[in-house]
Design a protein around this ligand. Structure first.
Ligand SMILES: [Zn+2]
Length: 469
């Protein structure tokens, strides 16, 4: 067996690992590399293998850095199945089309720049039509149901508790010579225990080979309850001074988590009587998908939904309004008086949130509430750093609004969470590959896996490295 690490190697983006076994080629994830425009384009455009030679893709979850290059894979000749959970397949329906649209818009900008420099135009990596085509190759399966990939090989998906539908991937290969089967486990992104909406990550006990994420391999998150309390206080404080709370949030999971927390506060009478808007077509579409998959919510959320939610819909309550229409979105700009606006993108680099920030950042009554990790060089990161002046749509804005950052809503396991989960393996996996983490985080986790848990062989592969097993 061979494993080639074609993405998320010593970085957190572009997850893509190629397994060659039994003469077959299986791709774990096919994510988009996200980073500076030119570098991202170069890394995403071409594959270092022929997509037509890939037999099957197994997708851990719908996030674009795990699924977002599938339309390009299909465009370049892949014709096999994309195996994932039914929820992931549904979410990809919304997200890949949105990503295709984004690729088309992005290339218009790139080509305007290229024209200025006398360079020929380039094509988008893929279009919305390519994304629609790719969706035809998806096959959704249920958690805990072994699925036969080819004679002697099966895949089983276990709930990873990271976003709705997310999976830990377990591959089993029979040797056919009376020897025990070989088991490879890929964490995808691992979630945190005791987070609303999501089930806890499934504990596994057996693996020969482990591919483990390390996003927060060197960090400990504050408790979620602490951030939920600060969310309430921030909304109260801002509304008392007549201001608006502007929240950049990822359309998948983070927006739904916020809505659920606000729903609970609303029904307990702990929110001021002000309107709350979710202003993002993708977030609205994704929330619809969440509504169709309530069976995958954790026990506590199911209980609340059945017994305590007066509307029987955790994504709906009195003052909440979803906005798809662009004209309605524009009407929010002239709103007077306190309100909450949740909008995408999550790092404020694109989308409607940029308009809301532009219109509200210079008023000291307002608050910008950051609820997720912000990558370096993004507008979101500048806000976290309390920059006094920021650029939006090429114009300078002097920040007067308060900026509050809450780090407790992460849906990634932190260092204790990752180690706690890895402790479940008895005996320890023979070989472990630490992926999906910046070098420091990966290094720290690898050291702890060796030292604290006694994992015998732990390696941090480099990009495009191939390992023979
Ligand atoms: Zn993820």
């Amino acid at each position: 067996m061979q494993i080639s690490f074609h993405g998320a190697a010593q970085t957190v983006t572009g997850s893509q690992h190629l397994i060659t076994a039994d003469g077959k080629r299986l791709l774990l994830d096919c994510g988009l590399y996200q980073g500076k425009r030119e570098e991202a384009r170069r890394r995403n455009q071409d594959f270092l293998y022929d997509p037509a030679d890939i037999d099957t893709v197994v997708l851990s979850h719908a996030h674009i850095d795990h699924s977002g290059n599938l339309p390009n894979l299909v465009k370049q000749g892949f014709r096999g199945k994309v195996i994932c959970t039914t929820t992931t397949a549904d979410l990809c329906g919304a997200m890949l089309l949105d990503s295709g649209h984004f690729q088309e818009k992005n290339v218009e900008y790139v080509n305007r720049q290229r024209r200025k420099h006398g360079e020929p135009p380039v094509d988008p990596i893929y279009t919305q039509a390519d994304a629609a085509e790719a969706l035809g190759y998806f096959e959704g399966i249920e958690y805990e149901q072994a699925y036969r990939l080819w004679p002697g090989a099966t895949v089983t998906l276990h709930d990873a508790g990271h976003v709705l539908g997310s999976a830990i991937v377990e591959l089993e290969f029979q040797s056919g010579k009376g020897e025990p089967a070989r088991r490879l486990v890929f964490t995808g992104d691992l979630g945190r225990p005791n987070v609303p909406l999501l089930c806890d990550p499934t504990l596994l006990t057996a693996a020969d080979i482990l591919l483990m994420e390390s996003t927060y391999g060197s960090r400990t998150h504050p408790p979620l309850e602490e951030s939920a309390g600060a969310l309430k206080e921030t909304i109260r404080r801002t509304s008392q001074r007549g201001g608006k709370v502007i929240i950049p949030a990822f359309a998948v999971e983070r927006t739904q988590l916020l809505v659920y927390l606000l729903n609970k506060l609303y029904h307990k009478g702990e929110l001021p009587d002000i309107p709350i808007y979710v202003d993002s077509p993708l977030a609205v579409n994704v929330t619809e998908i969440f509504r169709r998959h309530t069976a995958y919510f954790d026990e506590e959320t199911q209980d609340y939904l059945r017994h305590d939610d007066p509307e029987g819909d955790i994504f709906n309550f009195g003052r909440l309004q979803y906005i798809r229409d662009v004209e309605q979105s524009k009407q929010l700009h002239s709103l007077k008086g306190p309100c909450v606006i949740i909008s995408a993108s999550g790092m404020a680099e694109a989308g409607r949130i940029q308009h809301h920030l532009k219109n509200n950042i210079e008023d000291s009554r307002n608050t910008i509430l950051i609820v997720g990790w912000q990558a370096p060089n993004t507008l979101g990161r500048r806000l976290v750093e309390q920059a006094p002046v920021v650029r939006i749509f090429g114009m300078e804005y002097h920040r007067a609004a308060e900026v509050v950052t809450l780090n407790g809503f992460s849906n990634h396991a932190d260092e204790p969470g990752l180690l706690g989960w890895a402790q479940g393996f008895k005996p320890a996996p023979k070989r472990t590959f630490v992926v999906h983490g910046d070098p420091d985080a990966a290094q720290e986790l690898a050291t702890r896996l060796r030292g604290d848990l006694g994992f015998p062989e732990v390696m941090i592969p480099s990009l495009h490295q191939t390992v023979e097993i």
